[in-house]
Design a protein around this ligand. Structure first.
Ligand code: NAD
Length: 284
């Protein structure tokens, strides 16, 4: 990966949840290229190991660790392993997150006829509480719990930085995905809360709100089975002033800026949109 610029993270340990995924895998590689030792935490160990192996094959230092961001015991076990193999955590990136079909409505709007004829539809009234809960837990608790586990290292060191991953839907909800929108709004809100709460112990907390990046978790919403863009994908692109989806590499500059003490030492509690202008555009 060609970095937009380089920062010095030698002697730092970074922990990246969801690091086996598309966006956070790219984050892990970028942070490793800046010299940090990287722990890639993921529910899918094989994905974490794959990213770690790529980093090690190019001269970096990384380990894959199986961890469930919703299971405190698994997070504590991961923390022990990271601490023993890499040292205490300086940088935490809370990347694990996503949506679930059971927290998603089929249509953007509810029409009167949908009530009497809802065959094959998930209307607002059919949303599954378990699906909604899954999404809230994964995104919100899945950010809070790893922070509880790893920020202790930072408090002990008197410094550290946390980067959460929010989304466009935190600013204005996106149609069809009430659970994911609400959960990411909670992540943005928590980012501000935590930045204030941790400000006396030397921990900065910020978030990145990516616009639309084609990854595994949104592929079904954005691409048809034949790989052509869905109507929703066309709509997104037409509402994105820059007229395209983002590439994961385009988040790296913001990430490196936020984790660099020299570059952003007085930046605390911000949620930075990286969205090609989507959140600024009213559609007119
Ligand atoms: P992805 O699906 O490629 O990666 C998510 C990773 O999280 C996967 O490797 C998955 O195994 C892991 N994961 C899921 N549940 C977990 C759990 N309970 N414990 C540990 N790991 C778990 O998704 P991505 O697009 O790279 O998303 C990364 C982050 O960016 C997510 O928080 C997502 O909500 C957010 N985001 C993505 C986009 C986008 O356009 N792709 C836009 C805005 C925000």
């Amino acid at each position: 990966m060609k970095l937009p610029f380089k920062i010095n993270l030698e002697d730092k340990v970074a922990v990246i949840t969801g690091g086996g995924g598309v966006l956070c895998g790219a984050f892990a590689k970028a942070i490793a290229q800046c010299g940090a030792k990287v722990a890639i935490l993921d529910l899918k160990k094989s994905n974490a190991d794959k990213v770690a192996a790529e980093i090690c094959s190019t001269g970096g230092y990384a380990i894959g660790v199986e961890a469930n961001v919703l299971d405190v015991a698994s997070l504590v076990a991961a923390q022990k392993e990271v601490s023993a193999k890499l040292g205490s955590c300086d940088i935490l990136i809370n990347g694990a997150g996503g949506n679930h079909p059971q927290g998603t409505t089929t249509k953007e709007y509810l029409y009167p006829e949908d009530i009497s004829n809802n065959e094959g539809l998930v209307t607002f009234f059919d949303l599954d509480p378990d699906g909604v809960k899954f999404v809230f837990d994964l995104n919100f608790l899945g950010t809070l719990l790893p922070t509880q586990v790893y920020a202790k290292d930072m408090v002990a060191n008197g410094k550290g930085t946390v980067v959460n991953i929010s989304s466009m839907n935190a600013f204005t909800p996106l149609t069809k995905i009430p659970a994911y929108s609400g959960a990411k709004a909670a992540v943005s809100n928590f980012t501000q809360w935590l930045a204030v709460h941790m400000s006396k112990v030397g921990i900065r907390v910020n978030a990145i709100a990516p616009g639309f990046f084609l990854t595994e978790q949104n592929r079904g919403l954005l691409l048809n089975a034949d790989g052509s863009p869905t109507a929703r994908a066309h709509k997104i692109i037409s509402q994105t002033p820059m007229g395209r989806f983002g590439e994961s590499d385009e988040l790296i500059g913001t990430l490196l800026w936020l984790v660099s003490e020299e570059a952003s030492g007085f930046v605390n509690g911000v949620v930075v949109p990286v969205d090609g202008g989507f959140s600024s555009y009213s559609g007119v």
